[in-house]
Ligand binder design. Structure first.
Ligand code: AN7
Length: 363
């Protein structure tokens, strides 16, 4: 395998994996040196599962705008720029809009984002605004926003950068390349949140492209988790009014439906639901026991794996990679709401040591 570990400063996924990304040769990479995220062993959570599996988190929250969307956006915006596009547009539950705004800004393009009013995490909104996007809130959900965005190029000179833009998937598949580069093989199971279903489709494509055909026996089983209130792929039909605390995946009509279904079917994987309670519990566990602060949608990977190792659906002795798609700082409101609130005491040794000793006694 080519050693791509140290190509120099400013190198992102396009420079690193250009031979796998069919951009025009003279297309300049609009990059924030995204990708190259760590694969972190989750030893303490594995221990809670009696070490039945070797567990890893691919922490995609460490990308430049805090989510995996940067991998797709660097390619989509580079391609749009090479075609002379003036503006990009997307509907978003938040992370796509943050990434689109950042990369469009870097490319000198305008960016328009449609978000569901009141249902986007605070950090994501702050990002889109700071990076200079024109933010349009709609009285509706993500699915309704995407339906409008699909038609927008007929009405205005804008390029769509949702994952229905195939360049996005060319970028996102590179995360699978990195996992193989680091593990020296594919994992046995790859477990991830599924919303609009672009990412699971991209990973599956990535594994198949990076492992040559004779090695297809070594492909991972692709496991997709959806929030119980927004689980169209679990039910096999769209959901009209998706609801979940994990606003990133509050999606009822995934655009890349067939890609997701094929990934699960062809790999002998599956889709299953997780309750909001299980999602928040896993989010807390990752933060407290492993030092990894992710947003609720991302924690569903770990919630699902805990259930599926316990019920035997994930075989003992396996290598399991959880895709941790977005950073916890994206959604401070949900984090604070589920945590013990800070205690206020007088600025004296007695009050402070008293508070510490009382807390140690409770623990
Ligand atoms: C943290 O930003 O759809 O199944 O508009 O932000 O490829 O949609 C975000 C999705 C998982 C689901 N984890 O990925 C958007 C958006 C996080 C996310 C997903 C999203 P897909």
């Amino acid at each position: 395998m080519t050693d791509r570990s140290n190509l120099g400063p400013g190198v992102g996924i396009i420079d690193k994996y250009r031979d796998y990304i069919p951009l025009a040769k003279d297309a300049r990479a609009v990059s924030l040196a995204e990708g190259n995220t760590p694969l972190i062993p989750l030893e303490r959570i594995a221990r809670r599962l009696d070490n039945k599996v070797r567990l890893y988190a691919k922490f995609e929250g460490l990308n430049p705008t805090g989510s995996f969307k940067d991998r797709g956006m660097t390619v989509a915006v580079s391609h749009a720029a090479s075609e002379g596009a003036r503006a990009v547009v997307c509907a978003s539950t938040g992370n796509t809009s943050a990434a689109a705004a950042a990369y469009a800004g870097r490319a000198g393009m305008d960016c328009f984002v449609l978000i569901p009013e009141g249902k986007i995490a605070l950090g994501k909104l702050a990002q889109a605004m700071m990076h200079g996007a024109k933010v349009v809130q709609i009285r509706g959900n993500f699915d309704e926003g995407l339906d409008i965005v699909r038609q927008l190029p007929d009405h205005a000179p804008v390029t769509i950068v949702n994952s229905i833009n195939p360049w996005r998937l060319h970028g996102q598949k590179t995360a699978a390349f990195e996992i193989i580069d680091v593990l020296g093989k594919a994992p046995d199971y790859q477990c991830m949140p599924v919303g609009n279903a672009g990412n699971i489709t991209a990973y599956w494509k990535g594994y198949r492209e990076y492992l040559p055909e004779p090695m297809h026996y070594a492909l991972p089983k692709m496991v997709g988790y959806q929030a119980a209130g927004a689980a169209p792929l679990v039910h096999g039909h769209p959901v009209d009014s998706p609801e979940t605390v994990a606003t990133a995946i509050r999606i009822g009509k995934p655009a890349t439906w067939d890609g997701a279904v094929n990934a699960a079917k062809d790999s002998e994987g599956w889709f299953s639901p997780q309750t909001d309670d299980a999602i928040l519990k896993a989010q807390k566990m990752l933060a407290k026991c492993e030092g990894i602060f992710c947003e609720p949608a991302s924690a569903i990977s770990v919630a699902g794996v805990i259930e599926d190792v316990r019920n035997g659906r994930i075989a003992e002795g396996s290598d399991v990679v959880c895709i941790v798609t977005g950073h916890g700082l994206k959604d401070p409101d949900t984090a604070i709401a589920q945590s013990e609130q800070p205690e206020t005491v007088d600025a004296t040794m007695d009050s402070v040591s008293g508070a510490i000793l009382a807390a140690m006694e409770r623990a």
